[in-house]
Write a new protein. Structure first.
Lengths: 158, 260, 415
């Protein structure tokens, strides 16, 4: 090893050593092979908890029921019973503490999602009650005539 | 001439020398692997009943809000496709804004803002197909991640580490289903994760909760009593693009051959 | 705006999240690594296989390969959404991904080329350092140069005949080791594409081999071109200098040397070109013959949408025309320049047609995406992934070469 020919090799070894030192400093301690092995599970374990800690925004009708049992019961009897409160009232977020955070959507477009007539045979959509929003009482909100919690009842007519 | 003794000595030295840098790399830790094998926890799967979907798009809206994907950005973790098969044998497919606002037009969106009108009488069949990440058992997106920023958890969900993703886009290219995209705010890869923060708390995913028609359901394949598992085990279910060998874990009822 | 939306035009049905995510920088990346690998293989032909005719271009292409090396990484960094995290490829490599090998292969290759350069130029380093040392009262600049060259010797000051012979043996060994690494460096760039099973156009085991062949073609072409250009400059300079120093080579000597080197090198160019075209056509024919599910959409992309790009620009202008130009007997320098420029265009278009063409259709096989190259940057994204970004990447190696040439004079006779 006395020959000068090996000098570049020493430089290379120093570089490799530097990279390995950098690895110990930069790689998080919990980085490693997870449950699915090296191919599918090579990751930073702490990230799983980070995803679990994400905030839940839609809290479901069960959450609304506690304070609004009347609305809840009315809905459960109606043809709209399967629609979640938050589909139209917006995600609960911090609702009881911060009532204004609710974003209630009364637009025609919301109702039109299901009730625009699309003539599709052999699809659930084909048998739904539908209208053509371009001709059906243009300019009026649907809730003027139809009570959304129970469409069999009349709406908000003044 | 090389003696046997020196040969053995040298090869041992060589093997030992190779082992040192390998141990520095610390890629495989057998103890850790063994401890985490044979997990008993859940395996999350999804069941989509295309016969029930009416294309209202509430699932897309709910998903975008729940998972903080900017509402007006033209990317989405889940979407709904419309298939209209006409009498001339053609299949017309669209998904305007991923069906975030449902399907407000009868015409088919054919790109750059144009609509193709189809006469009612020409329709042979038409249906909607919700799409989301398949949480494949052999996720090609995870295989191609160069840095270990995307991975599969023990319960089968593929997650992305937003603090580690370098944004090369290889996973986006590797997914045959087109579920991945770059998050417009965080600038890292993004995709559906079955609302991991909800299912791990015993809740349903946001799309399941917002579906009024029962077209979407999430379940645990390792629980034989789970209603979703029962359907998958006893009924005729199908998956998307099986030919890629990805073993997708989103199962479909009423899938048609036109579905891409 | 979503990444990719600025330059993607969608037609018919594409999945909502599909955009052209890999753009011009990913075209530049295999193009640049191809030039690196090709230039290195060319220099190795002399060092390893003793192809004497290539002596004039061997040292030049070695230095040029080194100048191109950092630029092979540049397009990747410009493409990354999180460029500062690029180092993670070395920190937590996930070797089931073709890209993860990049850090290792790239640095291995870089070290081999750097070591080889060190052996080739060690004598020059020592001589320069000694010459500077002997100057009494060095200026700050000279002192800096002296320090630089002293460090570059790595403390090996022995330039006896035996030591220099040892150098040459080392160069030969490194060049031999470098060929497979250079091929691997580029072959794996082909593997990055060829292994994407989700992409019908990319997925073929031939991809790495096609990439290597076209890499060598482009590398040789660029070396010839740059060689001719530098020789022209030297001719102009020598015309002026010869008035003062008549012992310098005459115009005629330079000219004949140049013509000889170009003619020799272009033979190797042709050989690799034949291999590259054969493989590409084989791939195309095979796809058409087997006509699996994806063929319908691939056919409409290859024969209709990208017809001009593929058959007119790539195969016609980029392969056929230069092929004829080089085959006509009595190769002139001017014709060689036109030929090599066209070859470079052809290889660039091949990369373009693979990278952009592979994203020209939706993975639903029911729609198309069209890439509009951002010409004028209006934000950081269109700067990085537009024409300007590509031009930066194309221009940087020449700047690096200029600097390297100051330290390692390519045209000075050393050994």
């Amino acid at each position: 090893m006395k020959s000068h020919v090996w000098r570049p090799l020493f430089v290379v070894l120093v570089v490799i050593a530097l990279v390995l030192v950098a690895r110990t400093l930069l790689v998080p301690a919990d980085f490693g092979v997870g449950a699915r092995g090296y191919m599918y599970g090579w990751h930073r374990a702490g990230n799983e908890q980070q995803w679990k800690d994400m905030k839940v925004k839609y809290k479901t009708a069960a959450f609304c029921k506690d304070c609004h049992p009347d609305k809840y019961d009315e809905m459960k009897e109606s043809p709209h019973r399967n629609i979640n409160c938050e589909n139209c009232h917006g995600p609960a977020l911090n609702h009881p503490d911060d009532p204004k955070s609710l974003t209630i959507d009364r637009s025609r477009e919301l109702c039109a999602r299901c009730h625009t007539r699309l003539p599709y045979p052999n699809s659930g959509r084909g048998i739904m009650k539908g209208i053509d929003p371009k001709t059906h009482n243009v300019g009026l909100d649907c809730v003027t005539c139809h009570w959304p919690h129970d469409p069999r009842k009349e709406g908000h007519k003044k | 001439m090389i003696s046997r003794r020196s040969f053995c000595k040298k090869s041992l030295l060589f093997a030992g020398g190779l082992a040192i840098p390998l141990s520095c790399l610390e890629l495989f830790d057998p103890k850790r692997l063994l401890a985490e094998k044979d997990q008993k926890g859940p395996r999350w799967v999804f069941l989509v009943d295309t016969r029930k979907c009416v294309g209202c798009g509430f699932c897309v809206k709910g998903c975008k809000v729940e998972n903080e994907v900017p509402y007006d950005a033209n990317v989405t973790r889940t979407w709904v496709e419309r298939y209209v098969v006409t009498t001339d044998g053609k299949t017309h497919i669209d998904s305007p804004k991923g069906a975030r606002d449902g399907f407000p037009n009868k015409g088919i969106d054919i790109g750059h803002g144009k609509l193709e009108e189809i006469k009612d009488d020409d329709i042979d069949k038409a249906f909607f197909v919700p799409k989301l990440c398949n949480q494949c058992d052999n996720p090609p997106c995870v295989q191609v991640c160069p840095v270990g920023a995307t991975y599969q958890t023990a319960d089968g969900v593929v997650l992305i580490d937003r603090s580690w993703c370098i944004g090369c886009g290889y996973c986006i290219m590797g997914c045959p289903y087109g579920v991945r995209f770059f998050h417009p705010v965080f600038h890292v890869a993004e995709k559906c994760n079955f609302c991991y923060h909800r299912i791990t708390k015993g809740m349903q995913t946001a799309c399941v909760d917002s579906c009024a028609f029962g077209a979407r359901r999430v379940g645990n394949l390792r629980d034989p009593e789970d209603p979703v598992t029962k359907v998958i085990m006893t009924e005729r279910v199908n998956v998307l693009k099986e030919e890629y060998g990805t073993k997708p874990q989103v199962f479909y009822l009423g899938l048609s051959k036109e579905v891409k | 705006m979503v990444h990719g939306e600025a330059w993607t035009i969608k037609e018919f049905f594409t999945y909502p999240n599909e955009y052209i995510y890999w753009t011009i920088q990913i075209v530049m990346y295999p193009f640049m690594t191809g030039l690196v690998a090709g230039a290195f293989v060319l220099s190795s032909l002399y060092h390893v296989f003793g192809v004497k005719q290539l002596k004039g271009i061997a040292r030049f292409s070695l230095v040029f390969s080194f100048a191109l090396l950092p630029v092979a990484m540049l397009p990747l960094l410009m493409h990354l959404q999180q460029p500062l995290r690029g180092i993670e490829v070395m920190m937590t490599p996930h070797f089931t991904s073709a890209i993860a090998a990049f850090g290792i292969v790239f640095s291995t290759y870089g070290m081999i080329v750097a070591s080889e350069l060190w052996f080739v130029f060690r004598k020059h380093f020592v001589e320069t350092a000694l010459a500077l040392k002997s100057i009494e009262g060095r200026s700050a600049l000279q002192q800096g140069q002296y320090l630089l060259f002293s460090v570059l010797t790595l403390g090996a000051w022995d330039i006896s005949h035996e030591a220099l012979e040892a150098d040459e043996r080392a160069v030969k060994k490194l060049a031999a080791a470098g060929i497979p690494v250079a091929c691997f460096l580029h072959g794996y760039a082909g593997f990055i594409f060829g292994s994407v099973k989700a992409n019908a156009l990319w997925m073929t085991p031939l991809m790495p081999v096609i990439f290597i062949c076209s890499a060598v073609v482009s590398g040789i072409a660029l070396c010839i071109l740059t060689y001719i250009l530098t020789m022209e400059i030297r001719k102009q300079l020598s015309r002026r200098r010869r008035l003062a120093h008549p012992e310098l080579p005459s115009m005629e000597e330079l000219k004949s040397a140049e013509a000889h080197v170009v003619a020799m090198t272009s033979r190797y160019l042709l050989m690799f070109m034949v291999a590259a075209i054969t493989l590409e056509l084989l791939d195309l024919i095979f796809r058409g013959y087997t006509a699996v599910k994806s063929w319908d959409i691939l056919r409409s992309v290859i024969y209709e949408r990208d017809f001009v790009n593929i058959f007119v620009v790539q195969y016609g202008l980029g392969n056929l025309v230069p092929f004829v130009l080089f085959l006509i007997p009595g190769l002139t320098i001017r014709r060689a320049v036109v030929g090599t420029v066209l070859v470079l265009l052809g290889v660039f278009m091949m990369r373009w047609n693979v990278v952009i063409g592979g994203q020209a259709f939706s993975s639903s096989f029911s729609g198309f995406m069209h890439y509009v190259l951002p010409l004028w940057p209006d934000n950081m994204e269109t700067l990085k992934e537009g024409l300007v970004g590509a031009l930066i990447v194309a221009g940087v190696p020449f700047c690096i070469f200029y600097v390297l040439n100051k330290v390692m004079p390519v045209f000075k006779e050393t050994h």
